[in-house]
Write a protein that binds this ligand. Structure first.
Ligand SMILES: [Zn+2]
Length: 436
């Protein structure tokens, strides 16, 4: 009973927490603050008042999400709700579905195909269970999402989207997520029912295939759902890219522009893919707001990620961790499962617990992952300085980023260690100013 009360309290906290952030009044006053970083007499740069204000809201939002999300999932499990949901679906939902024409025929085919290891009832329950949990989390986090993704970004002038457009993106995003959950976790639970004790090997193979497939398909299938992608047609820009490509001695043939300005005023660029499926994406906001020297530095930075194979290496690391995680999960679920009411390893009632464990491990691994990422970003910055040979433009670009993205110029060591995937702008500016 106590755990169920705690679960109820946690859900209430998540739903009401945006009101707390809103009632501080910080967001309402944001438009009166200056977005310009302040240059001190000794030459160092200080975060703008507007960036400071945004940070005072976004840091607690981030910490709340990080800490409360796994607690919510574990409480779903330990309060018995996770098992109850599976039982409720089996008792109330399955009987009418069984009467759907064709169900029995499919059931017989499936039983023959899998030598009685899998029934249509299993498939239906797994699908329904994953969908209901996804929907539940969507609803619980809806006020939180709309506050942090829409209200806050408008208050700080970072969003150019209407509410309707934002809701459309949010809905499409959820559908994509649900599709991925359905295939990956659905496949995982079916595998648990089908395979013998050696399932982590098959699971690891599936995970590897999924990871590498996702990296290739994401820019082709998912990015176009949200953005228009166009090739670089500006001859001047093409020429500058070619000069840097020649200087770096690399083969880079896919640089595209995405119309981020339809959603945001922020500036970004990123690299994705590996081997022949590599791509560099530039946000159109970058090209609109930055002089060409600064754009060159950004492109050279992304080329650095390409040359050092950062995406490939992080995908390999993720696969190794995933594989290890599957063996740990087998050990853990065998020990914990019976006490939590799971009917064997393939019981989908363990899904909230599995999600909770993944969130917890992700949280604990964050300092290491961000440390590795900051190292890789440092490598890409070095590469950018060497290839563009424009250190003054690099420093100016980082200063402009602080203003456009309302980014903090520097961070205390603890915050940098835990949360920073890139070196703080102060370090990047200092490096550029000292170069070579
Ligand atoms: Zn980077």
């Amino acid at each position: 009973m106590l755990l169920r009360k705690l679960l109820f309290l946690t859900i209430t906290l998540i739903i009401l927490s945006p009101l707390v952030y809103f009632s501080t009044g910080i967001g309402q006053k944001a438009h009166t603050l200056s977005p310009e970083p302040v240059a001190l007499a000794n030459g160092t740069l200080q975060s703008s008042p507007k960036a400071e204000a945004l940070h005072s809201l976004s840091l607690p939002i981030r910490v709340e999400r990080l800490l409360v999300y796994p607690i919510l999932l574990f409480l779903m499990q330990y309060s018995g709700l996770a098992v109850k949901l599976r039982a409720w679906l089996t008792e109330k939902w399955l009987p009418p579905i069984r009467r759907v024409p064709g169900f029995k025929w499919l059931d017989r085919r499936l039983a023959r195909l899998t030598r009685n290891q899998l029934s249509m009832a299993d498939v239906v329950i797994i699908g329904l269970y994953l969908t209901l949990i996804s929907l539940g989390l969507l609803l619980i986090y809806f006020p939180f999402s709309i506050y942090s993704g829409f209200v806050l970004r408008h208050q700080f002038g970072l969003s150019t989207q209407t509410l309707a457009a934002w809701l459309r993106d949010f809905g499409v995003g959820w559908l994509v997520n649900w599709g991925i959950t359905f295939t990956t976790f659905g496949g995982f639970y079916l595998l648990l029912k089908l395979a013998s004790r050696r399932w982590p090997i098959w699971g690891g193979l599936g995970f590897t295939l999924f990871t590498f497939g996702y990296i290739v398909l994401e820019p082709i299938v998912i990015t176009p759902l949200f953005y228009e992608i166009s090739p670089v047609t500006d001859l001047h820009l093409q020429h500058r890219i070619q000069t840097m490509v020649d200087r770096a001695g690399v083969v880079i043939d896919d640089i595209s522009i995405i119309n981020a300005s339809s959603k945001t005023t922020a500036v970004n660029a990123y690299f994705t893919g590996y081997g022949g499926a590599s791509k560099i994406f530039l946000w159109d906001t970058l090209l609109q707001k930055h002089p060409s020297d600064e754009v060159d530095v950004v492109i050279a930075h992304e080329m650095g990620h390409w040359v050092y194979r950062h995406v490939l290496l992080s995908a390999l690391a993720a696969c190794a961790l995933g594989w290890l995680g599957l063996f740990v999960w087998r050990f853990w679920s065998n020990r914990r499962g019976p006490r939590l009411g799971w009917r064997g390893p393939g019981d989908v009632a363990s899904y909230p617990y599995l999600l909770g464990m993944m969130a917890l491990v992700g949280m604990l691994a964050m300092p290491v992952m961000n440390g590795v990422s900051r190292f890789a970003e440092g490598q890409a910055d070095d590469f950018a300085l060497a290839v563009s040979q424009k250190p003054a433009a690099a420093a100016a670009m980082f200063e402009r980023l602080a203003q456009e993205n309302l980014a903090m110029v520097d961070a205390p060591t603890w915050e940098k260690t835990l949360f920073y995937s890139h070196p703080p702008l102060a370090e990047r500016i200092a490096k550029a100013k000292k170069w070579p």
